[in-house]
Write a protein of this length. Structure first.
Length: 812
């Protein structure tokens, strides 16, 4: 923990401001003030960063490298101040300079290098590894453009590039001396050198990978780990001189652009896999640079390559970095000269893999022709892995060709990345109990029976430092006042709050914290959308990627139904509700984009109907991202976790909401099950089909959405309302949604779960009326949320997968 007093902080800040801007503080813009503060904080981090690296190099402790195509960090200033232990000092020092820290924090661009859950999980894990003194670092891509910015124009999503680096990035440090070369294309020739076959990769295109390092600050423990993101450049870092000097300027420029394209943009589609060459290039680019750099570092510090697997672990976040397996093999075989068996043992012991989805359409499979052309040596290695693996399969499953074909890595002209990831790693984990069971018993059952010991569960978590302490200061204050502050380092100590959940005085305080957060959100909503919402209404929230399986449409249909009820009976007694949505649709995902249009049309219709506008309001908040999530979650009463059972691998916002005292309405899907087990059925509202019923329908059929449409008049009415102009003058605007539900038989059982969902919502209405009982439930949720801290998850990874020593320093 940094020791600095207010006075010195103030002086240092003024000095830093002058140094950077060459002008006095009082005259500057807020952005310049933010920049100066960021730079100062980074300076404070620098010494611990260097010391942490020195320590790792001298002790030789096992290093973990978390390879991920996405890191969704959000803003870093508040996080760094909190973890350095100087947030209050900074706040007060700035106050004396007439600066509001919050105003500066709000100027920081979100670092949005991720699509959603998988990228945010990687960010929470980095925070937990640093805070638990685990030597764990991130490795990924420094996309020039992050996840697109979403604008809503006439109710529809419009994508705008996220030029997050435009004003610079105070947190990153370019490391020119740590560059690597990544080789694409070309051919492989063999040479016989002293009786040993050598593989030579020739005529390849070299690409320069330049790392940018960001410090990851542990909570008050002086540990600073590294997130290393790679940027693609031409090797000469100049135009192609030969064509340039021939006067072919444009050609030279074109080449430079084509190289830089590799780290230009994050792919925004996380449902539908597409075999795009550029994405494969991105994957090999960062994985090759990353593996080369960690091995170079290891050897420079005297590491023995034969002990690599004892000294480092490489974790692959989904299949996107699976090429780490053949890349590590390539280095061990071709550069270190190890025999295959030894290289394979080291590789599989080093690598571990997490699966994050069972949606088959998201499974990565690369066309062999493309793969072979782009990565000729890597392809040869994959072929060899496949051959040896299939030989083992033949020995175990004599004559069972279908089974072997299904399990193979190379088949049907494709490279199946999930199979390669399982075969080439020592651990395969799912992200919640049900998800792991489905992987084992359904999606990957053949692989599971062949390698039963590799499979395990690691239920996701979230960092309570960002999602409670940093983003909900009022609740944190109340918790500290009530149960002390041990929960900060030991989040399961939140359990101490349970006995206070029944205490009226605490319940009052809990209610006023929520009320305050709701007022703040109401203000934000008014500023963003011009909609006035009532802070005394229930804030009912569904924020996440827009996907058919997450069923925003189910939420829409019940709002439409409630609207119908209120029109029928204007005196219907309901607790006023504000329905809040947020989320981005993949640009090519038609149904998801239509869902956004539907939400906005419902909002337009209902918010402008004076007959109901005292009772219900609907809001779609544009450009959902980490910093907006922080504001919404602390102000939420009801957390909507309504995916079709079996489809949501875990979910992580469900955990953030409960930690902030929201009540969950949920299907028994993903980690909702574990949440239910923690809080009991009395403190969560569960509805819908069970996983068994869903799996049974998928297997045996028997569901007909049209029958439900015909037999339930409430459903018929709302479905008809999609097409009768009630929500939009263009009767065909929502035809795709109608057809999805009726013509194409409602793949995600929206109509099947409708009735139960309405009942569950009525129960919420009933429970909310008893203010004290409601607060008791909220308190119990908070008290049981500690287990969902990513600290718990990371300790499980560390002991169960990575085998890293735990240094309990500063955890007491
Ligand atoms: C998949 C794909 C596949 C096609 C190409 C582009 C692309 C980009 C990202 C992804 C990742 C989708 C998987 C994902 O984000 N899964 C979510 O992971 C969370 C963390 O484990 C989990 O809580 C969510 O339930 C799960 O949907």
């Amino acid at each position: 923990m940094l020791t600095i007093d207010k006075h010195s902080f103030k002086k240092a800040y003024e000095k830093k401001y002058l140094e950077i801007n060459g002008e006095e503080l009082s005259t500057g813009s807020n952005y310049k003030k933010y920049e100066a503060l960021g730079n100062l904080v980074r300076d404070y981090v620098a010494e611990s960063w260097m010391n942490t690296n020195k320590k790792y190099n001298s002790t030789g402790e096992k290093q973990v490298y978390y390879f991920s195509m996405e890191f969704l960090l959000g803003r870093l200033l508040g996080d760094a101040l909190l973890n350095l232990g100087i947030r209050d000092i900074c706040n007060e020092a700035l106050k004396e300079l007439n600066i509001d820290l919050k105003d500066l924090e709000d100027l920081e661009q979100d670092q949005g290098l991720g699509n959603g859950g998988l990228g945010r999980l990687a960010a929470c894990f980095l925070d937990s590894m640093a805070s638990l003194n685990i030597a764990g670092h991130g490795c990924g891509i420094r996309y020039k453009y992050g996840f697109f910015e979403q604008k809503i124009v006439n109710g529809s999503q419009v994508e705008v590039p996220d030029n997050w680096l435009r004003e610079g990035n105070v947190w990153e440090k370019r490391k020119n001396d740590k560059r690597e070369i990544v080789k694409f294309g070309g051919e492989v020739i063999t040479q016989n050198i002293n009786g040993k076959i050598k593989f030579l990769h020739i005529n390849y295109e070299p690409i320069l990978a330049v790392p940018y390092d960001t410090p990851i600050v542990g909570y008050e423990n002086e540990t600073v780990n590294t997130l290393r993101l790679w940027s693609a450049e031409t090797v000469s870092n100049e135009f192609d001189f030969s064509s340039f000097s021939r006067g072919e300027f444009l050609k030279a420029l074109e080449y430079k652009n084509s190289v830089e394209a590799i780290s230009q943009v994050l792919y925004p589609d996380d449902t539908q896999y597409e075999g795009k060459m550029l994405r494969l290039k991105q994957q090999y680019f960062f994985v090759s640079a990353g593996v080369q750099s960690v091995i170079r570092h290891f050897k420079r510090h005297g590491g023995d390559i034969l002990e690599l697997d004892e000294k480092m672990a490489i974790h692959i976040n989904d299949t996107h970095p699976t090429l780490a397996i053949p890349e590590l093999m390539r280095i061990l075989l071709d550069e270190e000269g190890l025999p295959w068996e030894v290289a394979w043992r080291i590789t599989t012991n080093t690598i571990s893999y997490t699966n994050h989805t069972i949606l088959s359409e998201a499974l990565e499979k690369w066309p062999v022709d493309m793969f072979k052309k782009l990565l000729p040596r890597i392809y040869m290695i994959v072929q060899e892995i496949n051959e040896r693996y299939c030989t083992e399969l033949w020995n175990s499953y004599i004559g069972q060709w279908d089974k072997i074909a299904h399990m193979a890595i190379l088949a049907d002209g494709q490279v199946r990345m999930a199979n390669l990831a399982v075969v080439g790693s020592h651990s395969v984990n799912g992200v919640a109990k049900l998800h792991t069971e489905i992987l084992k018993k359904q999606e990957m059952s053949d692989l599971y029976y062949f390698y039963p010991n590799k499979f395990n569960n690691k239920t996701n978590g979230i960092t309570h430092r960002r999602w409670l302490i940093k983003s909900n200061k009022e609740l944190t204050y109340l918790l500290k006042e009530t149960i002390g502050d041990s929960f900060i380092k030991h989040p399961t100590d939140l359990e101490k709050f349970e006995i206070f959940a029944k205490n009226k005085d605490v319940q009052e305080k809990l209610a006023s914290v929520k009320r305050l957060n709701k007022e703040k959100l109401a203000k934000t909503i008014y500023e963003m959308k011009g909609i006035k919402v009532n802070p005394d209404s229930i804030f009912d929230v569904q924020i996440k990627r827009i996907h058919a399986y997450k069923r925003q449409i189910l939420n829409c249909l019940r709002i439409m139904h409630l609207y119908n009820e209120l029109l029928k009976d204007p005196n219907k007694d309901i607790v006023p509700r504000t329905f809040i949505f947020g989320g981005k649709a993949a640009p090519s995902y038609y149904l998801a984009k239509k869902t956004i249009e539907l939400i906005n049309s419902i909002a337009d219709t209902i918010n402008n109907d004076p007959r109901v506008s005292e009772k219900i309001k609907v809001v779609f908040l544009d450009n959902y991202r980490v910093s907006l999530a922080e504001q919404i979650i602390r102000a939420t009463d009801v957390s909507e976790q309504i995916s079709t059972t079996t489809k949501e691998a875990s979910g992580t916002s469900n955990m953030k909401f409960m930690m902030n005292g929201a009540i969950t309405i949920a299907t028994l899907d993903g980690a909702n099950i574990e949440i239910r087990d923690e809080v009991s059925d009395d403190n969560i509202v569960i509805f819908g089909l069970t996983s068994k019923e869903v799996l049974d329908y998928y297997k045996n059929g028997g569901y007909l959405s049209y029958d439900i449409y015909r037999s339930d008049i409430r459903i018929k009415n709302v479905i008809d309302d999609l097409m009768n102009g009630k929500y939009h003058y263009d009767n065909n605007r929502f035809k795709a949604i109608y057809e999805n539900l009726i013509t194409y038989n409602d793949e995600f059982f929206v109509l099947k779960d409708f009735d139960d969902y309405i009942r569950a919502q009525e129960k919420i209405d009933y429970l909310y009326r008893d203010k004290y009982k409601w607060q008791e439930m909220c308190g119990i949720n908070i008290a049981h949320s500690g287990i969902f801290s990513s600290d718990r998850t990371i300790l499980e990874y560390a002991t169960g997968i990575w085998g890293t020593e735990l240094v309990y320093k500063n955890l007491k």
